[in-house]
Design a protein around this ligand. Structure first.
Ligand code: F6R
Length: 230
């Protein structure tokens, strides 16, 4: 697990976007796994700027998002589909057919789609304040495949900031499994200043499903970009 320390959110976003751009330039038909949440917004802004400058072409790129809420339509402003359109997809030249989101279909449908696309070349991750990646919440076991998950009370509380009423916050989501994430050839996890203590915890040589991101110790090419006050 490689740790890259940066000074602020702007640097975090630039470093993450550069890693994604490097991947796409090296392999124009890359398969990229994407995350939502507050942390990647700056990364996506940088990617859009690179595209607008003519430096980055998404025409052959395929994307697979990590997760989606259950019960929200794609045009719901809180859906992750909407978020991705708004922050990235509508500003770049990715063909719509190349964009993938998990949905409540057969249990192994999403994992099969990813495999058929050749597997994920680079997976971007955020991290929940409880250590979740995707929506793999702290539990007694690691789940391998994409599936419907019950969101932890702390996650529901954290997600509430985007909704008008607590009752509107989804309690379930469909998320890539830990096995799906770990099968990516390269992983880039971005953690803002609010997650600095959590990243310290993560660097301890302990792997536990109670801290789901700790599984990244087993990944051969995982980079954590973390904002630290030096
Ligand atoms: C989002 C996702 C989540 C978030 C995490 C951090 O697709 O899978 O794991 O990455 O909850 O969210 P922020 O960036 O809002 O702190």
């Amino acid at each position: 697990m490689k740790i890259v320390k940066v000074n602020n959110y702007e640097e975090l976003s630039a470093v993450a976007a550069d890693l994604i751009a490097k991947q796409i330039k090296a392999k124009p038909a890359s398969v990229i796994g994407l995350a939502t949440g507050s942390t990647p917004i700056g990364t996506y802004k940088n990617l859009v700027e690179m595209h607008k400058r003519g430096d980055l072409n998404f025409i052959k790129v395929k994307t697979f998002n990590l997760d989606e809420y259950c019960g929200l339509a794609r045009d719901d402003a809180q859906s992750y589909y909407y978020f991705m359109m708004d922050n990235l997809f509508k500003h770049i030249n990715i063909p719509k057919v190349n964009i993938h989101f998990p949905a409540e279909k057969d249990s192994d449908w999403y994992d099969k789609e990813i495999a058929q696309a050749g597997g994920i070349d680079l997976q971007l991750l955020g991290i929940g304040s409880n250590g979740h990646i995707g929506f793999n919440e702290p539990e007694d076991v690691f789940h391998k495949f994409t599936r419907v998950v019950d969101l932890a009370p702390s996650t529901i509380k954290a997600n509430a900031r985007f909704f008008k009423k607590m009752e509107d916050v989804p309690k379930t989501a469909i998320s890539m499994g830990i096995g799906t994430i770990m099968a990516a050839k390269k992983i880039v996890l971005i953690a803002g200043a609010d997650k600095a203590e959590l990243v310290k915890e993560l660097t301890k040589p302990v792997i536990s499903p109670q801290l789901p991101a700790s599984i990244l110790h087993f990944h051969p090419d995982a980079t954590i970009i973390t904002v630290t006050s030096r």
